[in-house]
Structure formats: structure tokens, C-alpha cells
Design a protein around this ligand. Sequence first.
Ligand code: BGC
Length: 755
Amino acid sequence: MNKFRIPITLLALCLTLSFSTVFAQKTSVQNIESRVETLLAKMTLDEKIGQLNQVPGDISTGTDVKKDDLLSQIRTGKIGSLLSHTNFQNKIIMQRVAVSEARLGIPLVFGFDVIHGYKTIFPIPLAQAASWDMGLIERIERIAAEEASADGQNWTFSPMVDVSRDPRWGRVMEGAGEDPYLGSRVAEARVRGFQGDDLAAKNTVAACTKHFAGYGFTEAGRDYNTVDMSDQRLHEIVLPPFQAAADAGSATFMNAFNTLNGVPASMNKNLITNILRGEWGWKGMVVSDWNSFGETIVHGAAEDDIDASVKCLSAGSDMDMAGGTFQRGLKKALESGRVTQAQIDEAVRRVLRFKFSLGLFDDPFRYLNQKRHDETLEKPEYRQVAREAAAKSMVLLKNDGGLLPLTEGSRFKKIAIIGPYADSKGDKDYMSFWTLGLGMRAYDSTKVVRPAQALKPALEKLGFEVTVTEICLDATCTEKDYSTAINAAREADIVIACVGERGLDCGESRCVASLELPRKQDLILSIVGRLSKPTVMVLFNSRPLVFEWANQNIPAILVAWQPGFETGNALADVLTGKVNPSGKLPVTFPRSLGQVPIYYNQLNTGRPQQQQGQMWTSGYLDSPTSPAYPFGFGLSYTKYSYSDLKISKSQYKMGETVEVSVTVTNVGDQAGEEIVQCYTRDLAADIARPVKELKGFEKIKLAAGESRVVTFRLSEKDLSYWNNELKWKADPGKFKVFVGGNSRDVKEGEFELVR
Ligand code: BGC
């Protein structure tokens, strides 16, 4: 990047000032269309194809690409957008070349993967979903947008709304889990957080909803693999969060890498043109995933760059990320008559419209202001939200005998904090691969508050004696290498074992064929177990893992996920009871890998199993069918009771609203937050329906002893499904309603829907 080292600060300032006056013509929705047409009329074919070309910068999240001299490509109008550029000054230089040296001065749009924070790192998206707190998620994305936009990014490749039922898939950490309803609410909250109510505002970024579609159902949990599914599953499970994001105004969508029922998603006309733009009436721009146009050739669905260009453009995709396929193939496709000028123009229109809506034509430097940059990144108050988010994401799975929280005056005196993640300085630990804004390889250990760093002083303040001993995770380590930690555990009254995954164990192309605690950590736990000390297992994870031994033998288990910068503080808050845990699993935790895919909204089968070993029923010889922990599950330091489930009538006419209410009481001795969940089951539709489907939830605060009536209102739409005639429709007949604090432990009632 030496080529960028020119005296830029002064230049940037002058340009910022001059462009804001020269281009200061207020963009309104009405005049965008005419400005797009005026510009389009001036563009050559090469310039048009250039607008459809997106080129990567100093970070690579895909296969290697050849990067010719970026500045000369920008100058000659060959690039419309850049992605993954971290250097602020370089963005100013590139924008300057685009607007003042290229013939038409069309500004660049800068895209970036802002996945769980930009500079301030929040818990991974799956963890955020475990908070079931849409206001919080929106606030997180608002901060991420503040930071990203102040650093010159205009566009985030987020939210990822892929529903997944397979924890082997590394990208399960980027989504909101297994449920389409929860996933839809999270999708909307993220879009609102990123985009605010004005895309052109200096502190917002455009959202890009991805990966359209089906990517989370990749076979065998292997990234980029085949996806094959029924129309029902596509419409009911996969598509709802995408539609919710589209309805919330997501400016752009991204294709997926996979084939869906044989057709690569980037050239899937049914998805992009028929469903997204047709049925849903969405008007935005679609970008490929990293070289996914080019990969249609590797899939064996396109012959060459020309064929791939024809197929992807004709399907409705607009911009080519990182592949250069359109650069090489689109012109020839036009010359040979396989695409029309009108098709290319339509894609270019969408790109230009997008740039206008971001306000880039009015002031190309509006997101490149040095002062705002310096004032905005990593504001201390963002840390507070990161801490709150991390604590609210944590899920308490077990707390036998009320071992937690650890408070003053406890019967225990000495605490041993042990384990590989007690105080790890490993690259991206407690975060993920997707913290690109920090710089790809530079782990800045000063940024993350590590568990022991915060937990030790917090516990000491409460009167405990605390030791911290790390455990090596090297493949060559043996029981002997664990001896210091084991001795510390032996000396203590209570053990906190920090185990789990590395930050780099999750994310794109980080799939696993085993869900056991990696790198012999089960061994560590079982050695500690032999000491028969009360033990708290803190799990740092990015996916549901399997830890049956711990489930049987360890009294307290807390899922901390990958919590981000405020890991230690949030953990201390939860373990000492400053924060009463309220997170609930957005995804089922299996007992074993063999149960995968396991999810709560399954069909009943004709032979559901009541108990293990029952022959001629749907089950296993060697395992129960039930999961280790069901969807929606999570404990608190207090207890809630559910009573008085009421359904306002026993019969409803189509179109009427079904009202379901329940009384929730905090029967414990401290305040807490409970996530009240409402599920339904359609008992006799025209096709078999899932045993439960989430239809609503509410997160409520209850003081000790307090009761609250929570009411859910279900419309006909809520009771409808994608039927065999390929339509959403509710059938008359009986329905069950379930309300509870998770998908398993519920109160139930019944009503009938009549014509
Ligand atoms: C991922 C996308 C990401 C893109 C740009 C791809 O490999 O699948 O989710 O937005 O890279 O980094």
C-alpha cells in the first residue's frame, strides 16, 4: 500500500470542504430517479460494467484475487465499489480519485463486514440473539454503524439472517439460531440499528441482508456445500427473516455461495427475481458473495465467465464482489446478444440509486471526516453497552443447589479459576474471525477484558481468595501439564473452569466434524471432576457444543458464548449476581453429534417416541431423542411460575385475533428478567405441521414476588403456513397454544379456528 503514501491530510481537508459545497444538492427520493437517468445517459458500456464491479482491499475473506493497481482502475471507471478496506486515509485517496479524476466522478461505495461491532466488539450475533432483547440488538448495531460510518464505511455486509439447524457449520455463530420467528425479529432490529431512518445520515450505514438463500442448510454442516430442501421449508423456515429484513428496508441483499435445489443462489431467478423483487416488491440492489458469480462455473452450472455473467445478471443479481466475472464476461455477453443493454442498465440503475440514497453524490466525503473519525471510534460509553450485551447474552444452563451466584458471606472461601480460557491471549479469543475492523491479524490484548482480569478482583472484593491457573491446549499436553491447575483446584473450595472454543474456531469455513469440547478439554474437566469440588463450568463457544459428562457431573454451567471486549466484566457481573442471568438459547443444544439436526419445531412423525428404548418408534437405541437443552431454555437466579393460561374464546372465526394470556410470577427472592414465549401447534392442517412453532415472546422485568399478566395476540396470518398450493393459508381446525419460559416446559390450551 506504499502507493498511497502522499501528503493526504491537507488534501483530504480541502476536498472535503470543496465537495460538500460543489455537490451540496439535497438528495430527495423524487429527484434521485431523474439524476440516475441523467447520469446513466452519459455512461459508456465500460463505465456501466465498472459500476457493477466490487474489488477487495487490504483484508481477504475469500479465495485469492489478483488486485491490479486500484487507483488506475478507479481512475478509468472500472470499479464501482470497494470492500474490506481498513485504512481511513486510503479511502479518502480512493474517493478523491473516483470523484475528481475519473471521467464522470461517480463516488465509490465502501463495504465492510461489520458482524459484531466495528471497533468496539460486542458478543457474537448468536449470543446477541440469546438476549431476546431487540432494543439492545438495535442499540448495538447503532453503535456499530456510528463507528463504521465514521471510519468511512458506507455499507455493512450484515445482517446474516440464515436460519441453521447444524452446529457443525462454522457460521451458525453469525445468525440468530434455528427459529424463523426469532430470526425475523432480530433481522429487523439489526436493519433498523444500522440504517436508522435516514440512509444518507452521516452516522448510518446500509445493511446487506445475507446469504440469499438457504446457506444455513448446507449438507453435513460443511461450508459452501449443497442445499436441497422442500418448498415448505424454504418458505416457512429460511425465507421469513429475509422478508422481515426486506420489509424493514434493508438497502441491499447478498447472494449465497450454495446451490439451492441444484441452482447456484447467484443465478437463482426464482429467488431473486420472482420472490425477492416480485412477490415481496423489494427494490434494492443485490451483490454477489465473494466470487460467487465465478463459482457458478465451479459448481458446473455455467461454462465460462460469459455464461456466468449471463446467468447471474438474468437472475437479477447486480454487483460482482471480488470475482471480476462481469469485468471479463458481461461485455462479450452483450455483444453476443445473450443479455440486453436494458438488463445491464437496470443493474447499474440499482447501484447508482443506492449511492444516491447514501448521499454520496451530494458529498462523497461525508463519511470521511477526520474529526468525526477521531471523536467517534471506541467511545467509552460504547463499552457499557458491550458489557450489558455480553451479560444479557449469557445463558445459565445448570445451577444445582444454587451454587451461583458467588456472593459475600459465602460458605466457600477459596476459588480456583482454571482452564485454557481463564486468561487467554490467543488471537481473537472471546471474539471471532469477524472482528476485521481491528485489523486481521493484530490481536490487541489490551482491548479485551479477559475473564480472570475482571473476575479475580471482583471475587476478592467479596472476600474470596482467588488463584488463576491457565491450562495449556497444545496437542502434546498430557495430564502432567495440567498438574498446576489441578493442584490449585485441589486447594480450593470451588472451581471455575473456563473451557470452550478459540475465537478462530468459528466463522466462515470453520466447520467441525465433532461437537465435543475441542483439544482434550473433556479430559481436563473429568480430572477436576475426580476432585469432587463444586465446579462452575464457563463455556466460551460460538455454537452448540456437546458436553454430556459435564451435564451429568458439573453442578453449574454457564454458556458465555464469545462475549467480545467486555468478556471479563460481564462474566464477573453474572457470576457474582450483579446481573441476574436472563439469556435463553436461540438454538437447541444436542446431547451428541448423532442427534444433529435437532430442533424444536420438528414434525411429530407417525411414531413419536415417548421413552428411550420404546421399539417401533422414532428414536435411537443408544440415546434419548430429547436434546441436552431445548430451544428457548435458560435459568435465572430467581424462579418464575406460570399460571392461569387463558384463551379468550374456544372458537375463532378466520380473521379474528386469538388472545392468549398467562400470569407469570417471580417466586424467588430477587428481581429478574424472564423471556415469556408463546408457541402454537396446528393439529390438523392439510399437511403435517411442527409440534411447536414460536409465535411471540416478551421479555419482562419482575421484582421478587411480583406477578404480571402477559398477553399474546395471534392473527390469522400467524396461524397460516405454506401449503401445497404454494400459498400462505390458515386451515380451519384445532390448534394448541403453549406458553412458558422455554420450548419444553409450557402451559397449554386449545382453540378452534372456524370459517
Ligand atoms: C462471506 C460474506 C462476506 C464476504 C465479504 C464472503 O466470503 O461469505 O458473508 O460478506 O465474504 O467479506
